[in-house]
Ligand binder design. Structure first.
Ligand SMILES: C[S@@+](CC[C@H](N)C(=O)[O-])C[C@H]1O[C@@H](n2cnc3c(N)ncnc32)[C@H](O)[C@@H]1O
Length: 292
């Protein structure tokens, strides 16, 4: 019965009132087996008539809904194949190229950079974080550009590299040796592919590591620039080690924290003797640049 091999998607849908929709969606999410790829509700053109839609990557039996739906709702249930589309391409269509300072970040589906003089980085949306669209990444790119106007780091660590976007930004603006690490092996695989695609593979050493725990990271330290766009609490946990890994006078870029978490993170680093150089607030996020 399964049609997974063909990449065919199936939509199960039924009409409902707006009030019924929300609690039912929660129940469907908890109960449906197999679990749908997505669950949504939307308003139709008929007054007070909404539709619930569950998407599956295989043809499912209507019986999976019987423990949850009343017989009235079951009567309205239809299960239909979705027209074949390239869903990856579809989602990429919405991902516009972005410019951050000199950096132009784009995907294969976009036009190549419009001007010479931009530092172009080609990254496709995929399985790793870091297409350049998130405020934390943008904050880091602004910070990198500002730092590299005044400093020429030789030894750089991008901790929590995702697609490797920050490492690529540094590689574009400096001749530094760069180590890029992530605790997610898939992110490292993606980053290595993106590095090759941007002809930067020779410039960057990629390692899968939790925090600083890797022989390459240890061997290469001390760094004169460390980029860490992770989350507030791991950043706090890394503060003591960050001091050990960074050369005296070195710079660290901390991101992934909400503006409301700034003081928490800052206190942990001030306690280690770091000084705040500048901040890049963006939406509800904060990027901090500190000196050891
Ligand atoms: C917010 S993403 C940032 C990706 C990219 N650097 C950017 O700026 O767009 C955070 C990345 O850090 C990784 N990560 C989170 N905690 C980590 C840790 N303790 N050690 C190594 N990597 C970590 C995650 O797997 C994820 O790929």
């Amino acid at each position: 019965m399964s049609s997974k091999a063909s990449n065919q998607l199936w939509a199960a849908s039924f009409p409902i009132t707006q009030d019924q929709a929300r609690p039912l969606l929660d129940q469907l999410e908890e109960t449906l087996n197999p679990a749908p790829l997505s669950l949504s509700s939307y308003e139709t053109e008929t007054a007070n008539c909404w539709m619930v839609e569950a998407l599956f990557d295989e043809l499912i039996e209507p019986e999976i809904f019987t423990p949850i739906l009343t017989s009235d709702l079951l009567n309205g249930l239809t299960i239909k194949p979705l027209p074949q589309e390239n869903w990856v391409e579809k989602s990429l269509e919405n991902l516009k190229p972005i410019r951050v300072g000199q950096f132009y970040i784009y995907g294969h589906h976009n036009e190549p950079p419009p001007h010479s003089g931009t530092k172009a980085i080609r990254i496709n949306a995929g399985q790793a974080f870091g297409t350049g669209h998130h405020a934390t990444t943008i904050g880091c790119l602004h910070a990198i550009e500002t730092i590299l106007k005044n400093e020429s780091p030789c030894n750089v660590l991008d901790l929590g590299c995702g697609t490797g976007i920050l490492a690529f930004a540094v590689a574009n603006l400096s001749s530094a040796h760069i180590v890029a690490s992530d605790n997610d092996p898939i992110a490292i695989q993606v980053a290595q592919e993106v590095a090759k695609d941007n002809a930067l593979a020779q410039r960057i050493e990629f390692v899968t590591a939790q925090g600083f725990r890797h022989r390459t990271i240890e061997t290469r330290h001390p760094y004169d620039l460390i980029l860490a766009n992770i989350l507030a609490r791991p950043l706090v946990a890394l503060a003591v080690n960050m001091k050990h890994q960074l050369a005296p006078g070195g710079t660290v870029v901390l991101s992934g924290l909400l503006a409301t978490q700034e003081q928490l993170v800052l206190n942990a680093y001030l306690a280690q003797g770091f000084r705040l150089k500048f901040r890049v607030p963006l939406e509800e996020w904060m990027t901090l640049v500190l000196k050891r």
